[in-house]
Write a protein that binds this ligand. Structure first.
Ligand SMILES: [Zn+2]
Length: 309
């Protein structure tokens, strides 16, 4: 039966909803910065996702990071091993992974790419904080090791952009094991006289700070990035003390010896390029610790988390 509700009220309501979704699309083109200014997303990305008004360095996905870092935005993403999902059968974990993969179009939070920086071939890893907070589990561990192995095989420097809340609680001890595995991998890498540079981006914390991210030959922080092991609230409540201003920000961490320098995103390419040329020359002068073989395979040296599961 048609009446005035279906003839007049329903279309009116439908048009209201349509208008709302159109304004939602519009909102997706803009981003709210912490300085409360509204920035057009394209404009922000053209400025390397750094706010033109307050210089806040917004988070980047792994692919965005690669595209602003490599020469001519050219790079190849390496296929890294992806171990079995949810080895401990943690409730709702599969669903969480599925959503993260749909959202980021990445199989894991950590990606490895091969490309060039100022004409020099480099292997680069980047974590995507938008994928479950960049949390490290077996897949990220495998990805990191694969990247290091690739850099050794091809004799390239290894550059890593960290962005993570730490280890995955859903993978328990398997996630914690990745700390030891990645540290051993970096140790192995350094025997090959190749530079390893880490750029800690906002935020880098927990097991990532406590393992491979703190082992770079040079450790760079992006401005105002949070760099810590435990969060400020936990530290304050444990110490029962007021924390100094800027606590756990990259500038503070640099002043207290935690990292080597703070560098703006727009200068990262040139800064890393310079550092690489210095480190390569320095390392050429050093004696090789492992003269026995050019290439070490992790299969022989490291426990395989994926096999242990
Ligand atoms: Zn801003």
């Amino acid at each position: 039966m048609t009446n005035w509700i279906s003839k007049f009220v329903k279309p009116k309501i439908k048009s209201l909803f349509k208008k709302r979704s159109a304004s939602k699309d519009k909102a997706a083109l803009w981003i709210n910065c912490q300085c409360k200014s509204l920035i057009y997303k394209d404009e922000l990305f053209n400025n390397l996702s750094v706010c033109p008004k307050c210089n806040f360095h917004h988070k980047l996905t792994s692919q965005e990071r690669f595209s602003i870092f490599f020469d001519n935005k050219e790079y190849t993403i390496l296929e890294t091993p992806v171990p079995r999902d949810n080895p401990l059968r943690f409730p709702n974990y599969e669903e969480k992974l599925k959503k993260a993969r749909e959202k980021t179009k990445q199989p894991d939070a950590l990606l490895i790419a091969d490309g060039k920086l100022d004409g020099m071939r480099v292997t680069v890893g980047a974590q995507n904080f938008f994928y479950n907070g960049g949390a490290v589990g077996a897949a990220s561990g495998e990805g990191f090791l694969h990247g290091i192995q690739h850099a050794i095989n091809n004799k390239t420097p290894f550059i890593f952009f960290s962005a993570s809340g730490g280890q995955k609680m859903q993978e328990g001890t398997i996630a914690l094991m990745q700390m030891a595995r990645t540290v051993l991998a970096v140790n192995e890498f350094k025997k090959h006289k190749l530079p390893y540079i880490v750029v800690m981006t906002n935020p880098t914390s927990g097991g990532v700070t406590a393992s491979f991210a703190s082992l770079g030959d040079a450790i760079i922080g992006e401005p105002k990035a949070t760099i810590c092991f435990a969060g400020a609230r936990v530290v304050r409540d444990t110490m029962k003390e007021e924390l100094p201003p800027g606590f756990q920000q990259s500038e503070f961490v640099k002043d207290h010896g935690g990292i080597d320098l703070v560098c703006e995103r727009k200068n990262l390419r040139s800064k890393i390029s310079t550092l690489l040329s210095i480190l390569l020359k320095k390392k050429e002068g050093q004696q090789t610790i492992s003269e026995t073989s050019d290439v070490t395979t992790f299969d022989e040296t490291l426990p395989k988390a994926s096999k242990a599961i």
